[in-house]
Design a protein around this ligand. Structure first.
Ligand SMILES: [Ca+2]
Ligand SMILES: [Ca+2]
Ligand SMILES: [Ca+2]
Ligand SMILES: [Ca+2]
Ligand SMILES: [Zn+2]
Length: 346
């Protein structure tokens, strides 16, 4: 039939090739029709998303694509806080050892200090956790207020009852991070009185005492000067002076000192007559605005508290105003340059 065997073999070979191509095309068609099965795809995705190499509750898929953590270890940063706890319990970034970058390690914030590792300010008091722990040596978990008390010659500082003021702040309607209540107030009282100035005026206070004797200015402190020779009602200068009424008997003078001290502290913490017309005025009686900022209270009663704003329609929420304004009224400019712990607390 054929001229030779070679031609025959060639033709058979061609037929074979065509057959193979036909089979291949046919198979491809079948594969294309059946491979896109969405359920299979979902199941496949579900299966790999359930793989958890370390069995720490975070799937490899989530670790890689969602959290950026290492799926082959339970603690990507090796800081002692597991990836799972960082994500689900502490809200910290599992890929870094210091989520806020404030110099306090997440693990220390959680296990040692009890501070909020997701914020530089566990309490919004203007004093950062880092500064409170490393420089001021105060409690970063509570709302903290610092006051330097300077006094001139002749003022008997021992006769002033600072516990009255501490009490007032300790009972403030503030809920702290550690579930405690109230404001922590600390007084720094130098051993020696500051130099006296005859007939202290507002200008003398600003240029002399506030500038030169205010030792911890810029360290988050508020300033009080207690003196007898005073002719000002200087209270809107960021610091302020206290009148220790001369001529009163000793017992009354003590009470008046504490009351005015609290009043002036209220100004330093941001309560002024522009905020409420009952401040530094006799417009409202004690029942309407029961506050040491109200002259009808300051001059008529022994009263050592700020108001919470719930007593009448003419009342003012002193406490809320203090809490909201303290951060901006707290000067911390010098702490930034200092890294040494202040050893001023007894
Ligand atoms: Ca895992
Ligand atoms: Ca970790
Ligand atoms: Ca931190
Ligand atoms: Ca603080
Ligand atoms: Zn006043």
């Amino acid at each position: 039939m054929f001229k030779n065997k070679k031609v025959f073999i060639f033709i058979i070979f061609i037929i074979f090739i065509i057959f193979i191509i036909f089979i291949t095309i046919d198979t491809d068609k079948k594969d294309n029709n059946t491979s896109f099965n969405y359920d299979d795809f979902k199941n496949y995705k579900k299966t790999i998303s359930q793989i958890d190499t370390t069995r720490d509750g975070l799937s490899d898929y989530d670790e890689i694509y969602k959290y950026g953590t290492n799926p082959t270890t339970t603690d990507t940063t090796g800081d002692g806080l597991s990836d799972y706890d960082e994500i689900n319990e502490y809200g910290t970034d599992p890929t870094t050892t210091d989520t806020t970058g404030d110099g306090l390690k997440d693990v220390d914030e959680v296990t040692k200090y009890g501070t909020d590792p997701t914020s530089k300010y566990t309490t919004e008091d203007g004093l950062s956790d880092y500064k409170e722990i490393n420089i001021l040596d105060t409690d970063p978990k509570t709302f903290t207020i610092l006051v330097e008390i300077d006094y001139t010659e002749g003022i008997d500082i021992d006769k002033i009852d600072f516990s009255i003021i501490e009490n007032t702040f300790n009972n403030a309607p503030v809920h702290n991070y550690d579930n405690s209540k109230g404001i922590d107030i600390h007084f720094y009282i130098p051993d020696e009185p500051v130099e006296d100035v005859e007939e202290l005026t507002r200008e003398k206070y600003i240029n002399n005492y506030f500038k030169e004797t205010f030792e911890y200015k810029g360290y988050g402190f508020h300033h009080i000067l207690i003196t007898n020779n005073i002719t000002l009602h200087g209270d809107d200068v960021g610091g302020f002076a206290i009148r220790n009424k001369p001529g009163s008997n000793v017992e009354k003078s003590e009470y008046v000192t504490e009351q005015i001290l609290l009043h002036e502290l209220g100004h330093s913490l941001g309560i002024n007559s522009e905020d409420h017309d009952g401040v530094d005025s006799r417009k409202y009686d004690k029942d309407e605005y029961p506050s040491v900022m109200n002259y009808n209270v300051t001059y008529e009663y022994y009263y050592y508290d700020f108001s919470d704003g719930t007593n009448s329609e003419n009342d003012f929420n002193d406490w809320n105003h203090i809490i909201e304004n303290t951060p901006e009224n707290t000067d911390t400019s010098n702490i930034e340059k200092d890294t040494d712990k202040l050893t001023i607390w007894d």
